[in-house]
Design a protein around this ligand. Structure first.
Ligand code: WQD
Length: 336
């Protein structure tokens, strides 16, 4: 049974990926320092799959702890989610973001080299494209100067990994997520925003649940069909499954380069108002909202060109925006 380390495995995308890995027969080890996740998620994963993942509470900024872990765990693959990921927060505390997201990445890569562990999947983001000049966005779209330290850590992270593959047997794939949303069909795991949600879908479901008074729609004067910004909202379960496909590609040596990059999206863009309409349709719930000014740093539109991931990875999304929004609502209904 292949053994896979999932860092950040108790987080939103990490936990959904652990479930899919276990469903596919992988033995999973989770490292998570609980800085942006809850230990309850471990039991939730177990209740879904019937298998309790091995768990280590390690802070990946602890160089010695990382060294000791990899000396004792010769894993067949690593999926690296653990990172700070709040765009706005990263502007306020850039050094913490660079220390956490870059420092821990370097420590992990050093130990992979030292222990000749070579199959590495990196959680990246469409943020690296900024406002792309052409839509849909392909993997060859130019990287734009990062609009936030968070986005910069993803750009720098990819560069570091590419350089690391040149001096070792490391094979790596960076997966550039568009907008991950939704929850597992069991409604036992989902997105757990801490405090006031920054992202759209958690705010929508909390508004529908009466936790938030009203959703502010940031900007209605964009150059889009209805004036509100457009994004590519991908169901987190589809996203999780893409990680297993990418991991198998490396384990089975089907990669065509030491470092590969894939966009993970649906290929379809939806505006904020379309998301609200879809949510109200599938849930029957009303979402109170008001149109307000744009949010600083937001782009007009982004959605993926999925041809490379579809053809080369042999993966495509199967779940719709409606499926994702309904699953997000069912998850919200389980939260006290
Ligand atoms: C989506 C749309 C907002 C909240 C961010 C990160 C990206 C990735 C996904 C990590 C935008 C609008 C939002 C609200 C709104 N995260 N909105 N009212 O900004 O596209 O991407 O999350 O990898 O890196 O940048 O996602 O969900 O914040 O916003 O109108 O209360 O919803 O303006 O148009 P975003 P988002």
């Amino acid at each position: 049974m292949k053994k896979v380390l999932v860092t950040g495995g108790l987080g939103f995308i990490g936990s959904h990926t652990v479930v899919e890995l276990q469903n596919e027969g992988f033995e999973v080890i989770i490292i998570d320092n609980l800085s942006n996740s809850s230990i309850e998620v471990l039991d939730k994963i177990t209740s879904i799959t019937g298998i309790k993942p091995e768990y280590h509470n390690i802070d990946l900024k602890d160089k010695l702890a990382v060294k000791i872990f990899f000396e004792h765990h010769p894993v067949d693959g690593i999926i690296h989610f653990a990172a700070s990921k709040a765009v706005g927060e990263s502007v306020q505390m850039p050094l913490e973001y660079y220390e956490n997201n870059i420092g821990s990445l370097v420590y992990i890569l050093q130990e992979l080299k030292a222990n000749n562990l070579n199959n590495f999947i990196f959680s990246s983001s469409c943020t690296v494209y900024g406002q792309a000049d052409e839509l849909p966005i392909t993997e060859n779209a130019p990287i734009k100067p990062a609009e936030s330290p968070y986005g910069n850590t993803k750009q720098i992270g990819e560069e570091i990994i590419k350089d690391a593959t040149k001096v070792s047997n490391l094979k790596a794939i960076a997966l550039r997520y568009f907008n991950p949303i939704g929850a597992h069909e069991s409604a036992k795991i989902g997105e757990l925003p801490i405090g006031v949600p920054q992202n759209l879908i958690p705010f929508v479901v909390q508004t529908a649940a009466g936790i938030r008074e009203e959703l502010s729609v940031f900007g209605s004067d964009y150059d889009t069909p209805d004036g509100t910004a457009v994004r590519d909202y991908i169901h987190v379960v589809d996203l999780a499954k893409a990680h297993i496909v990418a991991l198998r590609r490396l384990i089975e040596n089907n990669n065509k380069a030491q470092f590969e990059i894939f966009n993970l999206g649906t290929g379809k863009g939806n505006s904020v108002l379309e998301v609200i309409q879809s949510f109200e349709k599938v849930t029957g719930k009303k979402v109170n909202y008001k149109l307000v000014d744009r949010r600083a740093g937001d782009i007009t539109a982004a959605y993926a060109d999925t041809n490379y991931a579809n053809d080369e990875l042999g993966w495509k999304t199967e779940l719709s925006l409606d499926d994702a929004l309904l699953s997000a609502w069912k998850w919200q209904e389980t939260l006290k």
